[in-house]
Design a binder for this molecule. Structure first.
Ligand code: NAP
Length: 333
């Protein structure tokens, strides 16, 4: 007899783009969770989203959702500067938290959040959905299994032209800037694939004067033992995403590395020591895989593949890159 496990009862804070388009549908399509409530600052928006997405309860204000005894786990999809206060409030209310990226504005904030959730005995995970995509899991397996030899160089980039005029991404006080928004993907993936932490970083950054945020950054990570990574992010360049790895005997490349979704074919091009050029193609909804994994962790059936400590480590590198991008100690050619 198959054992039935009760579905995790989710509440959603902030019915914005990623919540309504990707994560709420993923939870609702899963066999492991269901969305029982949604909260907005605006009662009309809460009601409209609940009606449109068949969510049983609409709350006005995020505190009301945290006081809802039926909610076990919170998906937190608020602008970046609200990740810390509402994660702390959720932990206090005894809820598990799947928090959007970046987990916080810096490593210190994220450590405080992790400590609060740990003290409450609740799970905290950053919604790093790309790490659940089978294509990147295959890439990780190739690297870890030595198919490319020892890893010498990694390149990761995520750029797009930000045309919105009024958006938290443009506001420093809301955790705006290209590094936190999309640089996080390249840095998080690079550390994960390298399988260790960089010993030093360097960066050049361009400030976006009218907004007071970084528009673009190029960074170098030194992982020691002759393994270097370049990371690039921009709000002022054409849409582009890639991960490339060069090892001592092979190479691999994943285009549109981070946001491949649902039926979008996600190719992995690679060549190992035998010199044969290979293409493997994957299709998946990484949001669905992420929420199912989170539900398994809540029910004690799995351990988090990527815990809060991992997100803190990525933020520590972002902090160092931001500092490096502000210093003028580069050598003149
Ligand atoms: N993993 C991914 O694929 C992915 C993709 C995009 C974004 N994200 C992350 O998800 C988070 C939300 O991004 P989004 O693009 O979905 O944002 P969005 O569309 O602007 O939605 C943000 C939501 O936050 C709420 N909010 C509360 N205070 C706000 C304020 N002062 N200003 C604006 N909104 C406020 C709003 O809900 P109410 O007003 O209704 O309460 C709004 O619906 C960010 O942390 C972002 O980095 C992740």
């Amino acid at each position: 007899l198959a054992q039935t496990v009760e579905r995790v009862r989710w509440g959603v804070l902030g019915p914005g783009t990623v919540a309504t388009r990707a994560v709420i549908p993923a939870i609702q399509a899963s066999a492991t969770g269901r969305v029982v409530a949604v909260a907005s600052r605006d009662p009309a928006r809460a009601a409209a989203v609940a009606a449109a997405l068949a969510i049983p309860r609409a709350h006005t204000g995020y505190a009301a959702l945290l006081a809802d005894p039926e909610v076990e786990a919170v998906y937190l999809a608020l602008p970046n500067h609200l990740h810390r206060p509402w994660t702390l409030a959720a932990a206090h209310a005894g809820k598990h938290v799947l928090c959007e990226k970046p987990l916080a504005l810096n490593a210190a904030e994220a450590s405080e959040m992790a400590a609060a959730c740990r003290a409450a005995g609740r799970l905290l995970m950053e919604a790093a959905m790309y790490r659940f995509h089978p294509r990147l899991l295959r890439l990780k397996e190739l690297v870890a299994g030595g198919a490319l030899g020892a890893i010498r160089l990694i390149h990761a980039a995520f750029t797009f032209p930000l045309t919105a005029r009024d958006n938290y991404r443009l506001r420093p006080e809301m955790g705006g800037g290209a590094l936190l928004d999309v640089g996080l993907y390249s840095v998080g993936a690079t550390r994960w694939l390298a399988g260790r932490e960089p010993v030093a970083v360097q960066a050049v950054a361009e400030a976006w004067a009218p907004h007071g945020i970084d528009r673009q950054l190029a960074g170098l990570l030194d992982f020691g033992e002759g393994c270097f990574a370049t990371v690039q992010c921009s709000f002022g360049a054409a849409e582009h995403q890639v991960i490339e790895i060069i090892g001592t005997v092979g190479v691999a490349r994943a285009p549109r590395a981070f946001t491949a979704w649902r039926e979008e074919p996600a190719p992995l091009y690679w060549r190992g020591a035998d010199g044969e050029e290979r293409t493997e193609t994957f299709e998946a909804d990484p949001y669905a895989l992420m929420v199912t994994h989170f539900d398994g962790c809540v029910r004690g059936q799995a351990n988090p593949l990527h815990d809060a400590q991992d997100a803190i480590a990525t933020l520590a590198i972002l902090d160092a890159l931001a500092r490096a991008g502000q210093t003028a100690d580069a050598q003149k050619p």
